[in-house]
Ligand binder design. Structure first.
Ligand code: ADP
Length: 488
């Protein structure tokens, strides 16, 4: 029997629950499932990391020694597969590239061979599509790690009938991470020399893998409508605003959704007590639990606690959070931080905790379970990002009845209705300074003290619904613009 082709094959460097370092993993853990539910035949290809969490999913070898031809003529990869709720996920295994403690870096910095690792990934993924007869009609690449696949396909389909009908989509989850390498890697990549120019893969004399995706994909998407507009400006374009503007007719912003099977306080197995917009009373038990597990003072039960979860990077505004702590603490509030990242921010947090025993607690590290406990147990979520392609943590905080205080950028602008607008579910501010953050946090505390208004905001937050079904339809529209008969 001839197997029907996969309409869309995703190439991604992360997919929850197998691997995760941030929002990309969450999106890949749910978007393919949402599309499959809408009737599309999809598959995902991702690296087989040493740290892969296979959990309940059994992973089996489906092809040994799949020819890759990069970096050496005879280099191969082994391909494994798991069934992820009906969606096949293929893992590219080559231990020297992916069997490491971390995905991309150590605390000293990026792995020296990241360029080679992800060029290899792209080449191996395309080879797997061919040798496993996946029959992809659309190859959908995520972020710089998969960007080069767009360039390979653009050139290969000119001469190779196997790829002639394949169309490509590049999704940008964060434009700041571009994967820039040396000309030497370009030479070794086997792309034709004509790709080395300003409209191609070259970026100020470096080999830019995200730009390769932007230049050669048939369509480009990013993860919120506001970010799609912002990245065409010098302020947010990270140097790629020119090429993005030239491609604006092919650029679409599609808001991410939240996976409410994982991020809903009504059915979250990690919580002390479940709750919902109809009966939010269980949130207090979650707050008591948070105080207990974090060793915070009991007096905070009747005062607001701020939460922060995310990468400790300037992007996330952790520096301005640190700056306002002395003034924030004068409001008689608590603060819980969960994150890892910049060593200077990690040590500043650990130091300031000592000055506010029982009022500030920080966990430096990555723990999925605690992220749920904090979302449920805090009252106000801090998210003063300098830019935010979409942001998922604010969607989760809304779901857990923890209204965000956030900057009016990117996906934060598209998901938060700021107080005092009708239907408000959070607080936003425009200029990204510690003064504005403090003013907005003060406003949130003031409103928190007005119990009736606060309760309304909490309910509005919990009722917000960022469904993947809606976003899924928008992705299908993009696919259909490339292959009219998709899903028919
Ligand atoms: P980004 O992808 O820019 O890091 P998002 O808000 O889109 O930010 O997604 C971040 C995801 O990573 C969320 O699922 C969040 O809960 C999770 N996360 C971030 N830092 C941590 C941490 N230290 N521990 C547990 N989960 C974390």
């Amino acid at each position: 029997m001839i197997k029907p082709p996969h309409e869309v094959v995703f190439l991604t460097s992360e997919i929850y629950p197998f691997s995760k370092s941030g929002g990309l993993a969450d999106v890949m853990g749910i978007l393919p499932l949402a599309l499959a539910r809408l009737g599309l035949r999809v598959a995902v290809i991702t690296p087989f990391y040493g740290r892969l969490s296979t959990g309940q999913y059994s992973v089996r070898l489906v092809m040994e020694n799949c020819p890759v031809g990069y970096p050496w003529f005879d280099t191969t990869a082994d391909i494994y597969q798991a069934d992820y709720h009906g969606v096949p996920v293929y893992f590219i295994d080559r231990a020297e590239y992916f069997d490491r403690r971390q995905y991309y870096c150590t605390h000293k910095g990026d792995y020296f061979d990241n360029g080679e690792r992800f060029i290899f990934f792209c080449r191996a993924a395309l080879s797997a599509i061919r040798h496993l007869n996946m029959g992809a009609r659309i190859v959908h690449a995520q972020d710089w790690h998969a960007g080069l696949a767009m360039a390979y396909l653009a050139f290969w389909r000119r001469t190779d009938p196997y790829w002639a009908g394949v169309r490509t989509v590049m999704s940008i989850h964060n434009l700041a991470y571009q994967g820039r390498f040396s000309y030497r890697l370009f030479e070794e990549s086997n792309l034709p020399l004509e790709a080395w120019n300003m409209e191609g893969v070259e970026f100020y004399n470096s080999f830019n893998l995200l730009k390769a995706g932007i230049a050669y994909a048939d369509k480009i998407t990013t993860v919120s409508p506001s970010y799609a507009r912002e990245i065409m400006t010098p302020e947010f374009g990270c140097g790629l605003e020119g090429i993005l503007t030239r491609r604006k007719n092919d650029l679409v912003g599609i808001l991410n959704g939240a996976d409410y099977s994982i991020w809903s306080p009504a059915n979250d197995p990690v919580l002390e007590c479940t709750y919902s917009a109809v009966d939010p009373s269980g949130k207090r038990a979650c707050k008591m639990n948070l105080l207990r597990v974090m060793g915070l003072s009991d007096v905070l039960l009747d005062r607001p606690i701020f939460g922060f979860i995310g990468r400790l990077r300037e992007q996330k505004g952790i520096d301005i959070v640190l700056e306002i702590i002395p003034e924030l603490m004068k409001l008689d509030v608590g603060l819980v931080v969960l994150g890892e990242g910049g060593a200077e921010f990690e040590s500043a947090l650990l130091a300031i905790m000592e000055d506010y025993l029982g009022r500030i607690e920080a966990i430096i590290g990555y723990t999925e379970e605690m992220s749920h406990v904090i979302q449920a147990g805090t009252d106000i979520f801090l998210m003063p990002s300098r830019y935010e392609p979409c942001g998922l943590t604010q969607m989760y905080s809304l779901s857990y009845g923890t209204p965000p205080v956030a900057t009016a950028v990117g996906g934060l602008r598209d998901t938060i209705i700021p107080y005092p607008q009708p239907g408000a579910n959070g607080f936003v501010f425009s200029d990204i300074t510690s003064e504005s953050l403090l003013n907005s946090a003060r406003q949130a505390v003031q409103v928190w003290e007005d119990r009736e208004t606060w309760q309304r905001i909490v309910v509005n937050a919990m009722e917000a619904n960022f469904s993947w079904e809606k976003s899924g339809h928008q992705y299908i529209d993009v696919y259909r613009s490339l292959h009219k008969d998709i899903l028919i």
